[in-house]
Write a protein that binds this ligand. Structure first.
Ligand code: ADP
Length: 510
Protein backbone atom coordinates (compact mmCIF):
# COMPACT_ATOMS: atom_id res chain seq x y z
CA UNK A 1 0.00 0.00 0.00
CA UNK A 2 1.36 3.43 -0.85
CA UNK A 3 0.89 6.09 1.77
CA UNK A 4 2.09 9.05 -0.27
CA UNK A 5 -0.11 12.05 0.48
CA UNK A 6 -2.81 9.99 2.20
CA UNK A 7 -3.86 11.64 5.43
CA UNK A 8 -3.88 10.20 8.92
CA UNK A 9 -7.28 10.60 10.54
CA UNK A 10 -6.93 11.30 14.25
CA UNK A 11 -10.09 10.09 15.97
CA UNK A 12 -9.53 11.93 19.23
CA UNK A 13 -9.46 15.46 20.57
CA UNK A 14 -7.54 17.85 22.81
CA UNK A 15 -3.87 17.61 23.65
CA UNK A 16 -3.41 14.09 22.30
CA UNK A 17 -4.80 15.10 18.90
CA UNK A 18 -2.12 17.81 18.71
CA UNK A 19 0.56 15.43 19.96
CA UNK A 20 -0.27 12.86 17.30
CA UNK A 21 -0.60 15.52 14.58
CA UNK A 22 2.95 16.72 15.27
CA UNK A 23 4.50 13.32 14.59
CA UNK A 24 2.31 12.81 11.51
CA UNK A 25 3.54 16.10 10.09
CA UNK A 26 7.16 15.32 10.94
CA UNK A 27 6.85 12.16 8.86
CA UNK A 28 5.12 13.98 6.03
CA UNK A 29 1.55 12.78 6.56
CA UNK A 30 -1.31 15.24 6.08
CA UNK A 31 -3.56 15.35 9.17
CA UNK A 32 -7.34 15.17 9.32
CA UNK A 33 -9.37 15.20 12.50
CA UNK A 34 -12.88 15.05 13.90
CA UNK A 35 -14.78 17.30 16.28
CA UNK A 36 -18.01 17.37 18.24
CA UNK A 37 -20.22 20.41 18.75
CA UNK A 38 -18.46 21.13 22.04
CA UNK A 39 -15.11 21.21 20.22
CA UNK A 40 -16.17 23.51 17.40
CA UNK A 41 -13.71 26.18 18.56
CA UNK A 42 -11.06 23.92 20.09
CA UNK A 43 -7.45 24.76 19.44
CA UNK A 44 -6.50 21.28 18.25
CA UNK A 45 -8.51 21.81 15.05
CA UNK A 46 -5.88 24.29 13.92
CA UNK A 47 -3.33 21.49 13.75
CA UNK A 48 -5.10 19.60 11.01
CA UNK A 49 -5.80 20.33 7.37
CA UNK A 50 -9.36 19.12 7.46
CA UNK A 51 -11.83 18.63 10.28
CA UNK A 52 -15.03 16.58 10.09
CA UNK A 53 -18.04 17.35 12.26
CA UNK A 54 -19.48 14.60 14.45
CA UNK A 55 -22.47 16.62 15.69
CA UNK A 56 -23.65 16.10 19.26
CA UNK A 57 -21.16 16.47 22.08
CA UNK A 58 -21.98 13.47 24.30
CA UNK A 59 -19.16 10.92 23.85
CA UNK A 60 -21.58 8.17 22.78
CA UNK A 61 -22.81 10.38 19.95
CA UNK A 62 -19.38 11.63 18.97
CA UNK A 63 -15.92 10.24 19.81
CA UNK A 64 -17.32 6.83 20.78
CA UNK A 65 -19.63 6.51 17.79
CA UNK A 66 -17.99 3.88 15.60
CA UNK A 67 -20.52 4.18 12.78
CA UNK A 68 -20.08 7.92 12.37
CA UNK A 69 -16.30 7.69 12.59
CA UNK A 70 -15.99 4.90 10.01
CA UNK A 71 -18.19 6.91 7.62
CA UNK A 72 -15.92 9.94 8.06
CA UNK A 73 -12.82 7.79 7.64
CA UNK A 74 -14.04 6.47 4.29
CA UNK A 75 -14.94 9.97 3.10
CA UNK A 76 -11.64 11.50 4.21
CA UNK A 77 -9.42 9.35 2.02
CA UNK A 78 -7.31 8.50 5.06
CA UNK A 79 -5.52 5.17 5.09
CA UNK A 80 -4.35 5.36 8.71
CA UNK A 81 -6.57 5.86 11.74
CA UNK A 82 -4.83 6.99 14.95
CA UNK A 83 -6.97 6.56 18.07
CA UNK A 84 -4.87 8.49 20.63
CA UNK A 85 -5.74 7.29 24.15
CA UNK A 86 -9.15 6.86 25.75
CA UNK A 87 -12.33 6.82 23.63
CA UNK A 88 -12.03 4.03 21.01
CA UNK A 89 -8.33 3.35 21.47
CA UNK A 90 -8.90 0.01 23.25
CA UNK A 91 -12.08 -1.17 21.51
CA UNK A 92 -11.40 -4.36 19.61
CA UNK A 93 -14.66 -3.91 17.68
CA UNK A 94 -13.44 -0.56 16.37
CA UNK A 95 -10.17 -2.11 15.19
CA UNK A 96 -12.14 -4.76 13.32
CA UNK A 97 -14.40 -2.24 11.65
CA UNK A 98 -11.45 -0.08 10.63
CA UNK A 99 -9.80 -3.15 9.09
CA UNK A 100 -12.99 -4.25 7.35
CA UNK A 101 -13.22 -0.79 5.80
CA UNK A 102 -9.79 -1.44 4.23
CA UNK A 103 -8.03 1.01 6.53
CA UNK A 104 -5.15 0.63 8.99
CA UNK A 105 -5.59 1.06 12.73
CA UNK A 106 -2.44 2.55 14.26
CA UNK A 107 -2.16 0.19 17.21
CA UNK A 108 -2.34 -3.48 18.15
CA UNK A 109 -4.61 -6.09 16.59
CA UNK A 110 -8.15 -6.67 17.81
CA UNK A 111 -7.05 -10.14 18.98
CA UNK A 112 -4.27 -8.87 21.26
CA UNK A 113 -6.63 -6.20 22.60
CA UNK A 114 -9.17 -8.89 23.46
CA UNK A 115 -6.55 -10.96 25.25
CA UNK A 116 -4.63 -8.28 27.11
CA UNK A 117 -6.93 -5.24 27.13
CA UNK A 118 -9.59 -7.15 29.06
CA UNK A 119 -8.71 -7.32 32.76
CA UNK A 120 -9.94 -10.87 33.37
CA UNK A 121 -8.49 -12.32 30.15
CA UNK A 122 -5.19 -10.59 30.90
CA UNK A 123 -5.04 -12.18 34.37
CA UNK A 124 -5.60 -15.60 32.80
CA UNK A 125 -2.87 -15.00 30.21
CA UNK A 126 -0.41 -13.96 32.90
CA UNK A 127 -1.20 -17.12 34.88
CA UNK A 128 -0.59 -19.24 31.79
CA UNK A 129 2.78 -17.56 31.35
CA UNK A 130 3.68 -18.44 34.93
CA UNK A 131 4.02 -14.81 36.01
CA UNK A 132 2.78 -13.26 39.24
CA UNK A 133 -0.44 -11.25 39.20
CA UNK A 134 -2.22 -9.61 42.12
CA UNK A 135 -3.71 -12.56 44.10
CA UNK A 136 -7.49 -12.98 43.99
CA UNK A 137 -10.13 -14.52 41.77
CA UNK A 138 -9.12 -15.50 38.26
CA UNK A 139 -12.59 -14.93 36.90
CA UNK A 140 -15.66 -12.89 37.72
CA UNK A 141 -17.33 -13.71 41.03
CA UNK A 142 -21.10 -14.10 40.89
CA UNK A 143 -22.02 -13.51 44.52
CA UNK A 144 -20.80 -12.05 47.80
CA UNK A 145 -20.44 -15.62 49.03
CA UNK A 146 -18.12 -16.52 46.19
CA UNK A 147 -16.12 -13.33 46.83
CA UNK A 148 -15.86 -14.29 50.51
CA UNK A 149 -14.26 -17.59 49.48
CA UNK A 150 -11.47 -15.76 47.63
CA UNK A 151 -11.13 -13.23 50.45
CA UNK A 152 -10.49 -16.13 52.84
CA UNK A 153 -7.74 -17.45 50.57
CA UNK A 154 -5.91 -14.12 50.13
CA UNK A 155 -6.83 -12.44 53.42
CA UNK A 156 -8.56 -9.11 54.11
CA UNK A 157 -8.56 -6.32 53.08
CA UNK A 158 -9.64 -7.04 49.54
CA UNK A 159 -10.68 -4.91 46.59
CA UNK A 160 -13.82 -5.62 44.62
CA UNK A 161 -13.06 -4.44 41.10
CA UNK A 162 -15.30 -3.97 38.09
CA UNK A 163 -14.37 -6.46 35.36
CA UNK A 164 -15.08 -3.78 32.76
CA UNK A 165 -13.53 -1.03 34.91
CA UNK A 166 -11.11 1.69 33.95
CA UNK A 167 -10.05 5.20 34.86
CA UNK A 168 -9.74 4.26 38.52
CA UNK A 169 -13.52 3.75 38.75
CA UNK A 170 -15.45 0.78 40.11
CA UNK A 171 -13.18 -0.25 42.99
CA UNK A 172 -14.33 -0.90 46.53
CA UNK A 173 -12.24 -1.79 49.54
CA UNK A 174 -13.64 -4.43 51.89
CA UNK A 175 -12.03 -4.95 55.31
CA UNK A 176 -14.09 -7.79 56.74
CA UNK A 177 -16.56 -10.49 55.81
CA UNK A 178 -19.38 -8.61 57.57
CA UNK A 179 -19.10 -5.75 55.11
CA UNK A 180 -18.87 -7.94 52.05
CA UNK A 181 -22.57 -8.45 51.11
CA UNK A 182 -23.37 -4.71 51.23
CA UNK A 183 -20.17 -3.75 49.44
CA UNK A 184 -20.75 -6.40 46.78
CA UNK A 185 -24.24 -5.16 45.91
CA UNK A 186 -23.14 -1.52 45.86
CA UNK A 187 -20.07 -2.25 43.71
CA UNK A 188 -22.13 -4.30 41.24
CA UNK A 189 -24.69 -1.48 40.95
CA UNK A 190 -21.92 1.08 40.43
CA UNK A 191 -20.23 -1.08 37.80
CA UNK A 192 -23.50 -1.52 35.94
CA UNK A 193 -24.21 2.17 35.80
CA UNK A 194 -20.63 3.20 34.93
CA UNK A 195 -19.71 0.44 32.45
CA UNK A 196 -22.98 -1.29 31.54
CA UNK A 197 -21.55 -4.49 33.02
CA UNK A 198 -22.08 -5.51 36.65
CA UNK A 199 -19.28 -8.11 36.65
CA UNK A 200 -16.85 -7.95 39.58
CA UNK A 201 -13.66 -9.76 40.52
CA UNK A 202 -11.66 -9.95 43.71
CA UNK A 203 -8.11 -8.75 44.30
CA UNK A 204 -6.06 -8.71 47.45
CA UNK A 205 -5.56 -5.11 48.50
CA UNK A 206 -1.83 -4.50 48.54
CA UNK A 207 -1.14 -2.07 51.38
CA UNK A 208 0.63 1.20 50.51
CA UNK A 209 1.81 -0.10 47.16
CA UNK A 210 3.68 1.59 44.38
CA UNK A 211 2.42 1.71 40.82
CA UNK A 212 5.28 0.92 38.45
CA UNK A 213 4.73 0.28 34.75
CA UNK A 214 6.87 -0.76 31.81
CA UNK A 215 6.63 0.82 28.38
CA UNK A 216 7.00 -1.82 25.72
CA UNK A 217 7.02 -1.68 21.94
CA UNK A 218 6.26 -4.77 19.87
CA UNK A 219 6.87 -5.39 16.18
CA UNK A 220 3.71 -7.47 15.74
CA UNK A 221 5.85 -10.44 14.68
CA UNK A 222 6.55 -11.85 18.12
CA UNK A 223 9.37 -9.57 19.29
CA UNK A 224 9.11 -6.71 21.75
CA UNK A 225 11.50 -4.44 23.62
CA UNK A 226 11.17 -2.50 26.85
CA UNK A 227 11.67 1.25 26.90
CA UNK A 228 12.11 1.61 30.64
CA UNK A 229 9.70 2.03 33.50
CA UNK A 230 7.55 4.83 34.85
CA UNK A 231 6.52 5.16 38.47
CA UNK A 232 3.01 6.57 38.76
CA UNK A 233 2.35 6.19 42.47
CA UNK A 234 1.17 9.73 43.10
CA UNK A 235 -2.55 9.30 42.57
CA UNK A 236 -5.87 10.66 43.69
CA UNK A 237 -9.09 8.67 43.23
CA UNK A 238 -6.86 5.80 41.96
CA UNK A 239 -5.80 7.99 39.05
CA UNK A 240 -2.35 9.30 38.25
CA UNK A 241 -1.35 12.95 38.43
CA UNK A 242 2.45 12.58 38.55
CA UNK A 243 4.60 10.13 36.60
CA UNK A 244 8.34 9.74 36.56
CA UNK A 245 11.23 7.67 35.32
CA UNK A 246 13.35 6.09 36.65
CA UNK A 247 11.11 4.74 39.40
CA UNK A 248 12.52 5.83 42.78
CA UNK A 249 11.43 2.48 44.22
CA UNK A 250 13.04 0.37 41.48
CA UNK A 251 16.28 2.30 41.98
CA UNK A 252 16.46 0.42 45.30
CA UNK A 253 15.74 -2.96 43.69
CA UNK A 254 17.76 -3.29 40.45
CA UNK A 255 17.10 -7.02 40.22
CA UNK A 256 13.32 -6.44 40.48
CA UNK A 257 13.65 -3.99 37.59
CA UNK A 258 15.28 -6.63 35.40
CA UNK A 259 12.63 -9.20 36.36
CA UNK A 260 9.85 -6.69 35.68
CA UNK A 261 11.27 -5.92 32.24
CA UNK A 262 11.50 -9.65 31.47
CA UNK A 263 7.88 -10.19 32.56
CA UNK A 264 6.65 -7.25 30.48
CA UNK A 265 8.44 -8.47 27.35
CA UNK A 266 7.18 -12.01 27.87
CA UNK A 267 3.58 -10.76 28.09
CA UNK A 268 3.91 -8.54 25.00
CA UNK A 269 5.58 -11.25 22.95
CA UNK A 270 2.99 -13.87 23.96
CA UNK A 271 0.32 -11.92 22.05
CA UNK A 272 2.56 -10.80 19.14
CA UNK A 273 1.93 -7.30 20.35
CA UNK A 274 2.19 -4.52 17.75
CA UNK A 275 3.21 -1.03 18.75
CA UNK A 276 3.22 0.91 22.01
CA UNK A 277 1.77 -0.74 25.09
CA UNK A 278 2.13 -0.53 28.85
CA UNK A 279 2.28 -3.33 31.38
CA UNK A 280 1.26 -2.09 34.82
CA UNK A 281 2.48 -3.62 38.07
CA UNK A 282 1.74 -3.09 41.73
CA UNK A 283 4.88 -3.25 43.83
CA UNK A 284 5.41 -3.44 47.58
CA UNK A 285 8.20 -1.82 49.57
CA UNK A 286 10.19 -5.06 49.63
CA UNK A 287 10.53 -5.12 45.86
CA UNK A 288 7.84 -7.78 45.19
CA UNK A 289 5.71 -6.94 42.19
CA UNK A 290 2.48 -8.27 40.71
CA UNK A 291 0.90 -7.80 37.28
CA UNK A 292 -2.05 -5.38 37.46
CA UNK A 293 -3.19 -4.82 33.89
CA UNK A 294 -2.05 -3.97 30.38
CA UNK A 295 -2.98 -0.83 28.49
CA UNK A 296 -3.01 -1.67 24.80
CA UNK A 297 -2.43 1.86 23.57
CA UNK A 298 -0.32 4.97 23.89
CA UNK A 299 -0.36 6.12 27.50
CA UNK A 300 -1.17 9.66 28.72
CA UNK A 301 2.25 9.73 30.39
CA UNK A 302 4.24 8.63 27.31
CA UNK A 303 6.24 11.93 27.27
CA UNK A 304 8.19 10.66 30.30
CA UNK A 305 9.51 7.76 28.22
CA UNK A 306 10.15 10.01 25.23
CA UNK A 307 12.31 12.24 27.45
CA UNK A 308 14.48 9.45 28.80
CA UNK A 309 14.84 7.46 25.57
CA UNK A 310 14.80 10.22 22.95
CA UNK A 311 12.25 8.17 20.98
CA UNK A 312 9.18 9.66 19.31
CA UNK A 313 6.70 6.95 20.27
CA UNK A 314 3.96 8.19 17.94
CA UNK A 315 6.52 8.30 15.13
CA UNK A 316 7.37 4.65 15.83
CA UNK A 317 3.68 3.76 15.83
CA UNK A 318 3.23 5.35 12.41
CA UNK A 319 6.33 3.69 10.96
CA UNK A 320 5.14 0.30 12.21
CA UNK A 321 1.66 0.82 10.78
CA UNK A 322 3.13 1.66 7.38
CA UNK A 323 5.53 -1.29 7.34
CA UNK A 324 8.67 0.82 7.72
CA UNK A 325 9.64 -0.16 11.26
CA UNK A 326 12.32 -2.46 12.57
CA UNK A 327 13.04 -2.97 16.25
CA UNK A 328 16.49 -1.58 17.09
CA UNK A 329 19.21 -4.20 17.47
CA UNK A 330 20.02 -2.98 20.98
CA UNK A 331 17.76 -1.59 23.67
CA UNK A 332 17.71 2.22 23.54
CA UNK A 333 19.84 3.82 26.25
CA UNK A 334 17.87 5.55 29.00
CA UNK A 335 19.27 8.85 30.17
CA UNK A 336 18.60 11.09 33.15
CA UNK A 337 15.28 11.62 34.88
CA UNK A 338 11.90 12.87 33.66
CA UNK A 339 8.75 13.85 35.55
CA UNK A 340 5.32 14.70 34.20
CA UNK A 341 2.45 16.30 36.09
CA UNK A 342 -1.13 16.67 34.94
CA UNK A 343 -2.98 19.93 35.42
CA UNK A 344 -6.68 19.16 35.67
CA UNK A 345 -9.77 21.30 35.96
CA UNK A 346 -10.78 19.92 39.31
CA UNK A 347 -11.57 20.86 42.87
CA UNK A 348 -8.19 20.68 44.64
CA UNK A 349 -9.82 19.33 47.80
CA UNK A 350 -12.40 16.80 46.60
CA UNK A 351 -10.53 16.14 43.32
CA UNK A 352 -13.84 16.08 41.47
CA UNK A 353 -13.93 17.63 38.00
CA UNK A 354 -14.58 21.40 37.98
CA UNK A 355 -14.69 22.32 34.29
CA UNK A 356 -15.40 25.79 32.95
CA UNK A 357 -14.04 28.61 30.85
CA UNK A 358 -10.31 29.30 30.85
CA UNK A 359 -9.99 33.01 30.31
CA UNK A 360 -6.23 33.08 30.23
CA UNK A 361 -3.50 30.50 30.51
CA UNK A 362 0.23 30.97 30.87
CA UNK A 363 2.24 27.84 30.20
CA UNK A 364 5.88 27.36 31.13
CA UNK A 365 8.91 27.03 28.93
CA UNK A 366 12.67 26.89 29.35
CA UNK A 367 15.39 24.29 29.11
CA UNK A 368 14.06 20.73 29.02
CA UNK A 369 10.46 21.75 29.67
CA UNK A 370 7.69 20.24 27.54
CA UNK A 371 4.05 21.22 27.50
CA UNK A 372 1.31 19.07 26.02
CA UNK A 373 -1.90 21.06 26.00
CA UNK A 374 -4.66 22.04 23.64
CA UNK A 375 -4.96 25.41 25.30
CA UNK A 376 -2.35 27.88 24.22
CA UNK A 377 -4.11 31.13 25.12
CA UNK A 378 -7.58 30.46 26.43
CA UNK A 379 -10.34 27.94 25.93
CA UNK A 380 -12.96 25.88 27.63
CA UNK A 381 -12.73 22.71 29.67
CA UNK A 382 -15.84 20.91 28.52
CA UNK A 383 -18.19 19.12 30.86
CA UNK A 384 -18.38 16.31 28.34
CA UNK A 385 -14.80 15.04 28.40
CA UNK A 386 -11.73 14.40 30.53
CA UNK A 387 -10.92 17.68 32.33
CA UNK A 388 -7.19 17.60 31.53
CA UNK A 389 -5.83 21.11 30.87
CA UNK A 390 -2.13 20.46 30.34
CA UNK A 391 0.66 17.99 30.93
CA UNK A 392 3.92 19.55 31.95
CA UNK A 393 7.02 17.41 31.78
CA UNK A 394 10.65 18.16 32.45
CA UNK A 395 13.94 16.34 31.99
CA UNK A 396 17.24 16.63 33.87
CA UNK A 397 20.38 14.64 34.53
CA UNK A 398 19.15 13.50 37.92
CA UNK A 399 16.02 13.57 40.06
CA UNK A 400 17.10 16.50 42.24
CA UNK A 401 17.66 18.74 39.23
CA UNK A 402 14.46 17.46 37.68
CA UNK A 403 12.41 18.44 40.74
CA UNK A 404 13.96 21.91 40.74
CA UNK A 405 13.10 22.37 37.08
CA UNK A 406 9.56 21.16 37.65
CA UNK A 407 9.09 23.55 40.57
CA UNK A 408 10.13 26.50 38.40
CA UNK A 409 7.91 25.33 35.53
CA UNK A 410 4.88 24.99 37.80
CA UNK A 411 5.51 28.40 39.36
CA UNK A 412 5.54 29.96 35.90
CA UNK A 413 2.19 28.41 35.07
CA UNK A 414 -1.11 30.24 35.55
CA UNK A 415 -4.60 29.14 34.62
CA UNK A 416 -7.35 31.61 35.11
CA UNK A 417 -11.09 31.15 34.99
CA UNK A 418 -13.64 33.69 33.91
CA UNK A 419 -12.74 37.36 33.96
CA UNK A 420 -14.40 39.34 36.76
CA UNK A 421 -15.84 36.21 38.20
CA UNK A 422 -16.34 37.76 41.60
CA UNK A 423 -18.55 35.08 43.07
CA UNK A 424 -17.43 31.54 43.23
CA UNK A 425 -20.27 30.11 41.20
CA UNK A 426 -21.15 26.53 40.56
CA UNK A 427 -19.67 25.74 37.18
CA UNK A 428 -16.62 27.97 37.69
CA UNK A 429 -13.32 26.53 36.71
CA UNK A 430 -11.07 25.23 39.46
CA UNK A 431 -7.67 23.66 38.94
CA UNK A 432 -5.18 21.51 40.82
CA UNK A 433 -2.31 23.85 39.91
CA UNK A 434 -1.73 25.18 43.45
CA UNK A 435 -1.98 21.61 44.69
CA UNK A 436 0.78 20.54 42.29
CA UNK A 437 2.89 23.52 43.35
CA UNK A 438 2.65 22.22 46.91
CA UNK A 439 3.22 18.63 45.87
CA UNK A 440 6.55 19.45 44.21
CA UNK A 441 7.71 20.86 47.58
CA UNK A 442 6.53 17.95 49.71
CA UNK A 443 9.33 16.26 51.64
CA UNK A 444 8.08 12.74 50.86
CA UNK A 445 7.88 13.57 47.17
CA UNK A 446 11.34 15.12 47.28
CA UNK A 447 12.64 11.93 48.93
CA UNK A 448 10.93 9.73 46.29
CA UNK A 449 8.76 8.06 48.95
CA UNK A 450 5.63 8.14 46.86
CA UNK A 451 3.35 5.17 47.49
CA UNK A 452 -0.23 5.36 46.16
CA UNK A 453 -1.57 6.62 49.51
CA UNK A 454 0.78 9.63 49.53
CA UNK A 455 -1.90 12.25 48.94
CA UNK A 456 -3.97 10.89 51.82
CA UNK A 457 -0.96 10.62 54.12
CA UNK A 458 0.19 14.14 53.30
CA UNK A 459 -3.30 15.64 53.39
CA UNK A 460 -2.43 18.18 56.02
CA UNK A 461 0.49 19.58 54.07
CA UNK A 462 -1.35 19.57 50.75
CA UNK A 463 -4.70 20.86 52.03
CA UNK A 464 -3.35 24.37 52.53
CA UNK A 465 -3.68 24.67 48.80
CA UNK A 466 -6.45 26.79 47.44
CA UNK A 467 -6.99 27.89 43.89
CA UNK A 468 -7.95 31.55 43.88
CA UNK A 469 -10.78 32.01 41.44
CA UNK A 470 -11.80 35.57 41.74
CA UNK A 471 -10.48 39.01 42.30
CA UNK A 472 -11.13 38.91 46.04
CA UNK A 473 -9.17 35.72 46.33
CA UNK A 474 -6.54 37.14 43.99
CA UNK A 475 -6.00 40.14 46.22
CA UNK A 476 -5.92 37.98 49.31
CA UNK A 477 -3.50 35.64 47.60
CA UNK A 478 -1.27 38.42 46.36
CA UNK A 479 -1.14 40.11 49.75
CA UNK A 480 -0.09 36.97 51.52
CA UNK A 481 3.64 36.72 51.69
CA UNK A 482 4.04 33.82 49.32
CA UNK A 483 7.54 33.20 50.53
CA UNK A 484 6.28 32.28 53.96
CA UNK A 485 3.50 30.17 52.47
CA UNK A 486 5.71 28.06 50.27
CA UNK A 487 9.19 28.57 51.61
CA UNK A 488 10.22 29.34 48.06
CA UNK A 489 12.09 32.58 47.45
CA UNK A 490 11.36 32.53 43.70
CA UNK A 491 7.76 33.48 44.44
CA UNK A 492 8.87 36.92 45.57
CA UNK A 493 9.69 37.82 42.00
CA UNK A 494 6.74 36.20 40.28
CA UNK A 495 3.83 38.35 39.18
CA UNK A 496 0.85 36.06 38.94
CA UNK A 497 -1.99 36.55 36.49
CA UNK A 498 -4.23 37.18 39.48
CA UNK A 499 -1.94 39.91 40.67
CA UNK A 500 -1.62 41.40 37.19
CA UNK A 501 -5.38 41.53 36.80
CA UNK A 502 -5.76 43.21 40.16
CA UNK A 503 -3.11 45.76 39.16
CA UNK A 504 -4.85 46.39 35.84
CA UNK A 505 -8.06 47.11 37.65
CA UNK A 506 -6.26 49.46 40.00
CA UNK A 507 -7.19 47.36 43.02
CA UNK A 508 -3.66 46.41 43.90
CA UNK A 509 -0.45 48.33 44.37
CA UNK A 510 1.34 48.99 41.07
P1 ADP B 1 -8.05 1.23 36.30
O1 ADP B 1 -7.99 0.35 35.09
O2 ADP B 1 -9.42 1.63 36.69
O3 ADP B 1 -7.08 2.39 36.22
P2 ADP B 1 -6.19 -0.37 37.86
O4 ADP B 1 -6.41 -1.81 38.11
O5 ADP B 1 -5.16 0.00 36.82
O6 ADP B 1 -7.56 0.32 37.52
O7 ADP B 1 -5.79 0.34 39.23
C1 ADP B 1 -5.67 1.73 39.38
C2 ADP B 1 -4.99 2.05 40.69
O8 ADP B 1 -5.74 1.54 41.81
C3 ADP B 1 -3.61 1.45 40.86
O9 ADP B 1 -2.60 2.22 40.28
C4 ADP B 1 -3.49 1.38 42.38
O10 ADP B 1 -3.17 2.65 42.90
C5 ADP B 1 -4.88 1.02 42.80
N1 ADP B 1 -5.04 -0.45 42.90
C6 ADP B 1 -5.58 -1.28 41.98
N2 ADP B 1 -5.57 -2.55 42.39
C7 ADP B 1 -4.98 -2.56 43.60
C8 ADP B 1 -4.68 -3.58 44.57
N3 ADP B 1 -5.00 -4.84 44.36
N4 ADP B 1 -4.08 -3.20 45.73
C9 ADP B 1 -3.77 -1.91 45.96
N5 ADP B 1 -4.05 -0.91 45.11
C10 ADP B 1 -4.65 -1.22 43.94
Amino acid sequence: MSFADSPVLIVNRGEIAIRVARSCKALGFPVHCIYSDADRNSEYLQYSEKAYALGSSAPKESYLNIEKIIKIAKKSGAKLIHPGYGFLSERAQFVEEVTQAGLIFVGPTAASMRTMGNKIEARKTVDRLGLLRVPGSLDRVNSAQEAAGFAKQVGYPILLKAAAGGGGKGMRRVDSENNLPGAFDAAAREALSAFGDEGLYVEKLIINPHHVEVQIFGDGLGSAIQLGERECSVQRRHQKIWEESPSPLLEKFPSSREKMFEAAIKIAESVNYAGAGTIEFIMDEKGNFYFLEMNTRLQVEHPVTEWITGIDLVGWQLLLATGQFKLPASIPVRRGCAIEVRIYAEDPVSFLPAPGAVHEIRLPSGPFVRVDSSMMRSGEVSVFYDPLIAKISVWANDRTECLQRLRVALDETEVRGELNNVDLKLGSLMTNLRFLQKLVRNTKVLAGETSTDLIIREKKFLDQTQTPLNIEAAIAGALVNLTSLTGCPQHKHMVSLWERQARNEGILYP
